[in-house]
Ligand binder design. Structure first.
Ligand SMILES: [Zn+2]
Ligand SMILES: [Zn+2]
Length: 122
């Protein structure tokens, strides 16, 4: 009898009728029901870490919501502002474009420029 690949904490073969989630740490597949992840909740997970990998790599990474609901309590890990100076902060900052000084500086034309403007105050 050919051996069937088994997955999850329960070491069962793949079952199409059951929702499964892939661990980004060990690339194993887990039944949502075995690891306490519901299918709906999995849509919010960016990187899933199974219970074993969570110990080594930390908890699963949730997707960042575009607009965190105001006053949402008990959701400290979701929609958390990026910490200044963190790698992510620097990356996002680099991705931004700033107007160059030339675009920001006012350049009055010769006709508008008054002599007084050029003179130092006494
Ligand atoms: Zn299972
Ligand atoms: Zn894992």
């Amino acid at each position: 009898m050919a051996s069937v690949p088994v997955y999850c904490l329960c070491r069962l073969p793949y079952d199409v009728t059951r929702f499964m989630i892939e661990c980004d740490g060990c690339q194993d597949w887990f039944h949502g029901s075995c690891v306490g992840v519901e299918e709906e909740a999995a849509a919010e997970i960016d990187l899933y870490h199974c219970p074993q990998c969570a110990v080594l790599r930390g908890p699963s990474v949730m997707k960042r919501r575009r607009a965190a609901p105001k006053g949402a309590a008990g959701d400290a890990d979701v929609g958390r502002p990026i910490r200044t100076g963190s790698a992510q902060f620097v990356r996002e900052l680099r991705g931004r474009t700033f107007p160059s000084a030339d675009e920001v500086l006012l350049k009055p034309s010769g006709a508008q420029l008054m002599v007084e403007d050029l003179e130092e105050p006494p």
